[in-house]
Each structure stands twice: as C-alpha cells, then as structure tokens.
Design a protein around this ligand. Structure first.
Ligand SMILES: CC(C)(COP(=O)(O)OP(=O)(O)OC[C@H]1O[C@@H](n2cnc3c(N)ncnc32)[C@H](O)[C@@H]1OP(=O)(O)O)[C@@H](O)C(=O)NCCC(=O)NCCS
Length: 240
C-alpha cells in the first residue's frame, strides 16, 4: 500500500509498532494492514458495530451474513488498494489474532467531490438511494471542514474493536496513532463518532461539537435512525 509521502516520525516509519497498552492486561502490537487482512477487518467492523448502526447496514446490506461479509471484504479491499491517502492499521494480540482495525485518511489538500454510492449490492433502488442519502448527510460536517482547511486534516474513517477484546486499550492504541500523526503536522482530526466512542475520543483530546440524528425525508421515516457525534481534535499548540 502506498502511504503518504511525508511519513517522517519515528513512530510511523516502522511497519510493526508496539505501544504501551494502557490496560496492561494484554500485549497488543499495532501494525500496518496487508491486503490479506481485509476479510478480518471487515468482520471486525461488522461485529463491532453489529445491528445497532443503521449507517453500516445501509452501506453494507446484510453485512453479518456470509454473503454480506464476502462482499464487504471485497469492497474494503478495493478501498485498501485504491485509496492512496489511507492508512489501514490493525492491533494484533500475543497469539497473532487481529483484534481491532482502523482506517485513517489524510486529505493532502484535496477536497473530494461528494461521494457517490456505487455498485450492485443493494436489493432495490430505494435501498441504494437510502444508502446514498445517509452518506451525503453524514458527511456534511466533514465536507465543510475539508473546505475550511483546504483539505489539510486527518480523518478517522472507521475504528472497530472485536467485542471480545474491548476495554483493553486497542481502541486507544489505534486512536493514538492518529493523534501522534496529526500533532507532528499541526493538523486537526475529525470523526463522525458513535455513542460508544465519544468517551474514548474525549480522553484523547477531541471536542464534541455537535450531535444529531441524520435527517431523513418523510418517505423513509420508518427506516432506522442514525445518531452521530461530530468530534474535532484541534491542532496541537506547538508554541508550548
Ligand atoms: C469504541 C471502541 C472503538 C472502543 O475500543 P476499546 O478498545 O474498547 O477502547 P479502550 O479499551 O481503548 O478504551 C479506552 C477508554 O475509552 C472509554 N470507552 C471505551 N469503550 C467505551 C464504552 N463502550 N462506553 C463508554 N466508554 C468507553 C473508556 O473511558 C475507556 O477507558 P476504561 O476502559 O479505562 O474505562 C469499541 O468499543 C468499538 O469498536 N465499538 C464499536 C464500533 C465503534 O463505535 N467505533 C467507533 C466509531 S468512530
């Protein structure tokens, strides 16, 4: 995978990094993902968000079924291979089990066009339109922030920890990779957070600026509602 050119910090040059695990109950290491990790990464996303995240269900129909998992793995592999501004990370335990994963994205001064939901994964046009709508409204704050900063920021695109391994510091490790990266460059970090993750991000220096239910037109009032928490971590004050 191609990584952003200016990966300069010592923390970021190694492909295998062992950071202190805040919890001490497990020995975790933080590593870059390979293409072969993508099925497991998608499984982690599906398991971690479960059925309580309408956005994931809309984007990845039936993501918890074998077919849905296969499709999800293919789609995330395409992202892994195609998104040159992305860094996919994993946390591995002492037995080699991948217990968590995350995708960080630099924007390198590029404000992307509005994202378009593509593919043939949806059972109906209505389901695809719903996925497109959620994607558009989810990313309103992100797009505004990208314009304000001319694309100079870091975003967290997903963070998922296997439910069997939560509260052992894996989420913190993956978050701290991004905070170290951003602090070196003096850039902000943005994330559309879930309820479960607000406390973690707050501990790591993010501010909760807004939370709201994603708006739906009347025709979809029966569909599940998605609540999001818009969090921004300011640039590190390098003046001391
Ligand atoms: C949110 C998530 C990533 C946290 O990962 P984790 O490895 O369990 O987090 P950590 O062990 O590093 O937790 C660090 C601190 O964050 C807070 N925290 C973590 N999970 C929490 C939860 N479910 N509820 C409240 N606070 C939580 C706690 O303050 C915790 O410290 P403590 O365990 O000493 O109390 C994980 O629960 C997850 O994958 N959730 C589902 C997917 C998701 O919501 N992803 C984030 C989307 S942006």
């Amino acid at each position: 995978m191609s990584l952003p050119i200016d990966f300069g910090a010592s923390l970021l040059t190694s492909t295998r990094m062992v950071l202190p695990n805040p919890d001490k109950r497990s020995v975790f290491s933080l590593e870059r993902c390979n293409a072969s990790d993508m099925p497991r990464i998608f499984e982690l996303i599906s398991d971690a968000f479960g059925q309580h995240h309408p956005y994931l269900g809309a984007q990845f129909p039936k993501h918890d079924t074998p077919v849905g998992r296969t499709v999800g793995a293919e789609r995330i592999l395409a992202e892994f291979n195609g998104d040159k501004q992305a860094t996919f990370l994993k946390v591995v335990d002492e037995n080699g089990v991948v217990v968590a994963g995350a995708k960080w994205k630099t924007h390198d001064g590029v404000v992307p066009p509005e994202s378009k939901v593509e593919g043939h994964w949806w059972q109906s046009k209505d389901a695809k339109d719903y996925a497109q709508h959620l994607s558009t409204v989810l990313l309103v704050n992100r797009r505004r922030k990208l314009k304000e900063t001319d694309g100079h920021l870091l975003s967290l695109n997903f963070l998922a920890v296997d439910p069997r391994y939560q509260r052992r510091g894996a989420g913190t490790m993956l978050t701290r990779w991004g905070t170290a990266f951003a602090d070196e460059r003096g850039i902000e970090i943005i994330v559309e957070a879930s309820p479960m993750s607000v406390e973690l991000f707050t501990k790591e220096g993010f501010n909760l600026l807004d939370d709201h239910e994603l708006p739906l037109p009347d025709k979809w009032t029966a569909r599940p509602k998605q609540w999001i928490y818009w969090m921004v971590r300011p640039p590190k004050d390098t003046k001391g």
